[in-house]
Write a new protein. Structure first.
Length: 388
């Protein structure tokens, strides 16, 4: 079955190449081809040994990433399609992800969106604590592709208030009853002067409920962005804190505060502080690591922002529209975990660019999260990118 799926995908690529010119005339079509080569040095610890048993970890990796984007507007109807293919030299089948595949129909102020789509849900650059609908961003590379969700969204634009009603279809999970395969969302948007204000809520039957708000406020010299939300976890398996300790609170209050500044067309700076109430303190994190040592099934909870408090900084600088420097720094405030990720880019022309990045993890055994959750001392990455 996997080989058959790979042949179908390769066939679609072949058809796209043969009929590329006619498609480009009928649709707005873009193709991005990326080659990534990474050299990684790992931190040797017990968690790395467990990860080795779960998956193959190599010091040197390389893959091809093809991103196909297509959109078309006909009067009040628009179609959007974005697809990613990842080709690993030594692995099959080809990784295949549809990020967006939806159409929208407008009737005056009313717009209906149907299909797989990424919904703006929050104002944070690195984190979105009010977003319990969608997968989180890659905090080290905010330009990375983001996968959407299957949803029916209805938005009504009004000068006073813009409401959006959302019905999300989850992947069918046999462990959940049928009524739990749907999420319901409501978002209210209001522009007040130079402030964008959002209020939202999510209901997921027998699993979670949330309410939250977010704002983005242009105060001339810089932009303030903030988010705050409360999530009630009814199903403990979706909350690591509740799974690890039965006495953990069902209701978790998360918030974020950030500042950003755009200076001309060359410099952009942003900084954020994020509090994750559902994260673990240092003592509970030790307990979690011990559970992983005893049972590798606990690895399913491993991921970003596992503790409570984080800060992040991003600087982007462009010189003569040719050279670019991007620096991301992230620290876990609870145990001193610290990551630094600078990247240098060069744009040969509008169709080609090259990027060189260096990821450094400054963690020691005392910086628990960086030492165990990201067991990498450093990584050097080269990206060759073509735009067609």
């Amino acid at each position: 079955m996997k080989d058959q799926k790979s042949r179908i995908i390769l066939g679609l690529i072949f058809i796209s190449v043969i009929f590329g010119a006619p498609l480009a005339e009928a649709f707005d079509v873009n193709l991005e081809a990326q080659t990534r080569i990474t050299q990684t040095e790992y931190i040797q610890n017990d968690i790395l040994d467990i990860l080795h048993d779960q998956q193959s970890l190599s010091k040197t990796t390389a893959f091809e990433k093809l991103t196909f984007k297509c959109k078309k507007r006909l009067d009040d109807v628009q179609f959007v399609f974005e697809n990613r293919l990842i080709l690993w030299p030594d692995q099959t089948p080809i990784e295949h992800t549809v990020d967006n595949a939806y159409f929208s129909i407008a009737n005056g102020p009313l717009i209906l969106y149907l299909g797989k789509q990424r919904i703006k849900w929050g104002t944070g650059y690195f984190w979105n604590p009010v977003d319990v609908l969608q997968s989180p961003k890659n905090v080290f590379d905010l330009s990375d592709s983001l996968e959407g969700i299957m949803a029916l969204r209805c938005e009504y634009s009004h000068p006073w208030l813009t409401p959006s009603v959302i019905l999300v279809l989850n992947s069918n999970d046999y462990r959940l009853e049928a009524s739990s395969n749907y999420k319901f969302g409501l978002q209210l948007y209001k522009l007040i002067g130079t402030m964008d204000l959002f209020l939202n809520s999510v209901y997921w039957h027998n699993n979670l409920q949330s309410v939250g708000s977010a704002l983005s406020w242009d105060v001339d010299w810089f932009i303030i962005n903030a988010e705050a939300g409360a999530v009630k976890y009814i199903n403990n398996t979706f909350s690591l804190a509740q799974t690890l300790k039965d006495q953990a609170s069902q209701i978790q209050f998360n918030y974020l505060l950030g500042l950003s500044r755009q200076m001309g067309e060359t410099v952009f700076i942003t900084a954020e502080y994020y509090h994750h109430a559902g994260g673990l303190n240092n003592t509970d994190f030790d307990l979690y690591i011990n559970e992983v040592f005893q049972d590798s099934d606990w690895l399913q909870y491993m991921g970003p922002a596992m503790k409570k408090d984080y800060a992040a900084f991003n600087l982007s600088y462009t010189l003569d529209n040719t050279w670019g420097i991007n620096v991301v720094a992230i620290t876990g405030l609870n145990d001193g975990t610290f990551y630094l990720y600078p990247r240098l880019s060069y744009v040969e022309n509008p169709n080609y660019s090259i990027e060189l990045g260096y990821f450094k993890n400054f963690a020691t055994p005392g910086n628990q999260e960086g030492y165990y959750i990201t067991p990498m001392q450093y990584a050097v990455e080269l990206r060759l990118i073509g735009y067609f």
